[in-house]
Design a protein around this ligand. Sequence first.
Ligand SMILES: [Zn+2]
Length: 173
Amino acid sequence: MEKVKLPNKVDPARCAQHGLAYQGVYAPALMPRLAELTQGIHGDIDVSLNFGTDAQGLRLMTGEARVQVSLQCQRCNELLDTTIESEFTYMPVRANATAPELPEDYDLIEVDEVGEIDLVRLTEDELILSLPQIPAHDNEQCSLGQFDQSFGKLPSADERPNPFASLEALKRK
Ligand SMILES: [Zn+2]
């Protein structure tokens, strides 16, 4: 499928009325904050969005965003390539509007003075929130080798229980 450039801003109420769906990409250059928090963004940011109305008649935008980035492994300090993904559901509201009771997994987003939302900013925020707090390779891929959950407390060889210790003890008797 051909990748289309997404609009940077949309009027979510109009999109919801027409039941629009978008699938496309944003260029990484549009997301300098994400670039700064990673060791590099690889390729475009894939985004799909659906506008519609839920059973209660609330106008909604649901979406998914996905991007490949490099992060610095906090164990071995080398780079790790990973996919950051986010799924979200937003209900657009006017500034100062009284928000209705919302289901838990809905977020509110305020539209600007012309009734639009900034999709680039929203997507960037979502991806930043999805970055791992402590990026680290899986055990098998980390150049520091394998060790258990006890992050930061890699036991030295001397502290590790020696499986032959009990044998040694027997032999010495
Ligand atoms: Zn590592």
